[in-house]
Design a protein around this ligand. Sequence first.
Ligand code: ADP
Length: 250
Amino acid sequence: MPAVSVQNLRKTYGEDVVALEDISFEIEQGEFVVVLGPSGAGKSTLLRILNGLTTPTEGSVRINGEEVHGRRSDVAMVFQLHYVIESMSAYRNALTGALSRAGLLESMLTWYDEDDKHAALDALDTVGLLSEAEQRTGSMSGGQKQRVGIARALVQNPALLLADEPVASLDPKAATEVMGYMRSAAKERNLTTIASLHQVNIGREFGDRFIGIRDGKVVFDGTEEDLTMEAVDDIYYGEGGDDPTEVLSA
Ligand code: ADP
């Protein structure tokens, strides 16, 4: 059974905007998939549907065979903006991942147990921040904050990790570092991961597989080897498009 199965997904906003059109693909357990595409292609809509935050107009998503209807505690999400509580330490932020796992009501009634605390330290170790565990996240760099966000997602112990443009606000060096930590964390845990990126040059060394979306449709599905200059050109510009070197060097 595939870890993720997306069948004939369609999403429209109002009468005129078709954000996704007939999207179908399957993802195997432990695969690290990078979703590429220009701004407005539908990447964010796709991830929000996978996370149960948005309802598709048509089609279905299954995670480990179960159809997604609304938010699931076994799907974790890393967002573009560092979604950390700045007044709290890296450790405290990572611990809050246990709340997402428990569900709101239960999390209001329970304390963190020893397993949660170990999971938080283990996750911070995975993202290279164990020695900064007690540091306030407000005083951390953008890349470090994003790594704390990844640690929190790991503490949630998800079946699926989603990352919506996780490095869009970072400089290339920090972006590459964050992607590297995300990939090694996922590989260490055999965690199925889908990350959307608009920068091809940062994404290409990390994906096992790439899904290219343009105008709400899948226009590419392949490995890094398949992701030639022509393929990139097609994903970003379609036929008769502009110069793809601009995207590659962005
Ligand atoms: P991407 O993440 O690739 O930039 P999005 O999924 O954000 O693309 O957007 C896909 C299309 O859907 C765009 O045309 C966008 O303007 C439109 N869209 C996204 N969210 C909404 C919304 N809440 N209401 C109306 N249109 C939307």
